[in-house]
Design a protein around this ligand. Structure first.
Ligand code: ZN
Length: 147
């Protein structure tokens, strides 16, 4: 029995091409049938190809899932933080460390507004804006900003 050197299929006697993979046999410079059954290389090639395609696809899927999660988490934190700011109540407890913000609040003097940034994925971020009158909360709005 002869075997195809390309795909290891059994060959009929005097076959000039492999019926399974189409490899040209006995042609000048072509494949020569093997007398011993070779290890099927196609299987490992398919496996390698599957890994080559599968790993990047998996990484992209993980990255997308992570970015979704990071943005969801950031917007939830911003919303939760904003919910603590009740109109008419003092802003001071919200500015204290441990109040729940992740990055030190930015004060925008011309708008009497504190901006609390909650980083999401990459440059995406959720923001809670709290406007004040004197030292009291006036309004609180949470928003998501995508890069
Ligand atoms: Zn073949």
């Amino acid at each position: 029995m002869a075997y195809c050197p390309q795909c290891a299929a059994e060959l009929t006697k005097d076959a000039s091409t492999c019926l399974k993979c189409g490899a040209a046999l006995n042609a000048d410079g072509g494949w020569r049938p093997l007398q011993a059954k070779p290890k099927a290389r196609t299987t490992s090639r398919i496996k390698i190809a599957a890994w080559l395609v599968g790993i990047p696809v998996l990484l992209i899927a993980l990255l997308l899932a992570y970015s979704e999660f990071a943005n969801w988490f950031a917007s939830r934190q911003a919303a939760e933080f904003c919910a603590k700011a009740r109109p008419g109540e003092p802003i001071a407890p919200l500015l204290a460390a441990g109040a729940g913000w992740r990055m030190r609040p930015i004060y925008v003097r011309e708008r009497s507004e504190y901006v609390f940034v909650f980083p999401g994925f990459g440059l995406d971020k959720a923001i809670c804006r709290i406007t004040v009158i004197g030292d009291k909360v006036q309004t609180a709005t949470a928003q998501m900003f995508y890069d």
